[in-house]
Design a protein around this ligand. Sequence first.
Ligand code: NOJ
Length: 486
Amino acid sequence: MASASALLPRDFEWGFATAAYQIEGGVNEGGRGKSIWDTFCHLEPSRTKNANGDVACDHYHRFEQDFDLLGQYGAGAYRFSIAWSRIIPLGGRNDPVNEEGIRFYNQLIDSLLARGITPWVTLYHWDLPQALHDRYGGWLDVDEVQKDFEHYARVCFERFGDRVCNWITLNEPWIQAVYGYATGGNAPGRSSTNKQSTDGDTTTEPWIVGKALIMSHARAVALYNKEFRHTQRGVIGVSLNGDYFEPWDAEDPQDAEASERRMEFHIGWFANPIFLAKDYPTCMRKQLGDRLPEFTPDDFSLLAQAECDFYGMNYYTAQFAKHGTGEAPLTDVLGNVEELQHDKQGTPVGKESGLHWLRSCPDLFRKHLTRIYKLYGKPIYITENGCPCPGEDKMVKEEAVNDPYRIQYFQDHLDAICKSIEDGSVIKGYFAWSLLDNLEWSDGFGPRFGVTYTDYVTLERTPKKSALLLKDIIAKRQGPLSNGTH
Ligand code: NOJ
């Protein structure tokens, strides 16, 4: 339980999060164009455990029912993403806007507002229009893609910004750049180290894509600041992922450096330019040399005009970092560091969940929050946090709805937020991942992150215990005053 001095602000915003491709389905309906995930999920042999988002949770047809659940759970906010290719099927700035797509998201927004739920809209959750990938290489063409993204953002601000006041430009650009273009585990699946990939260059592409994502974000925010902020009075930010790292050997200064370097390669890569309008971290320049694209004076001036309002944090887990010996290979994306779940003494970083990469590490979450707030100084919204319970993927519905591991995970992570507030951080909101069990990308429909059980055959939804308890978990930790004002 939280101590009396560590409380969430009274106006703490909370709810649940989802992403378009993971839940919508209806991929060929309403004039939607293909995205790189449609293509990736239908490659043969399968790279997504034979799963695809063609139907997913069929949210496209069942959103009213899903929003009833949000109401039942007491959520005040809901984070979802817009599929770029529903709005502009071919993606580009001279391509037609699809009114049916606009109508669909208008319905979502209006239906949330009618229930008193605040929409939080992510513009990009990894689903680039396939046509842009085909036309000029998508994220690999830094100059083209940022102009197309800016135009897409403009259409969204113009058409939805009268009712949407909370914008997230990009979800986890690190995953898009590294999994999409270094390891090839996510769409578009490019890599020079992955046997299943036919194209790609792991030594250069992730760094080019990283710059394209940063400049696209910057263009959208600069546009919002210049043309929309004044009348729409909303807030805009970005959601960055990143684990917290502790040294594998607490006595070895090289492991301490490796931990810091690992986090710079993960978070500083995007956060330095985005939040500080500064160059990439020095350790990245040192290791990557001219494979890391430069920012021109014009780029820096755009970054400076793109001041945003908050740091969106997606946090799941922590790890130990062990320094690499010798030079990093050209394909390294981690900062010449080995990532481990046990330290030198064999102590695990946290309790195992239902997924190999995710252990519950709330104490390190507190350190993570406090570090990020000190470095970037922006109010933090946790835009994703959650887990599958051990063994949940093998459970029948009746077992899965009883989810004590998830309840404990939520409690522990909300306590960590309170403690970081005590450390001086400004933390203004929390979105549990996810409203529904859904398509976990290349892991298919295996891992269940939802607070609602989805039966993928009947598409029936059943609330898990955690769904109904989150409201109380948060209310118990709320104090009388906002910490968002100092
Ligand atoms: C991050 C991603 O944004 C989301 O799409 C994914 O399902 C969760 N993490 C869990 O892996």
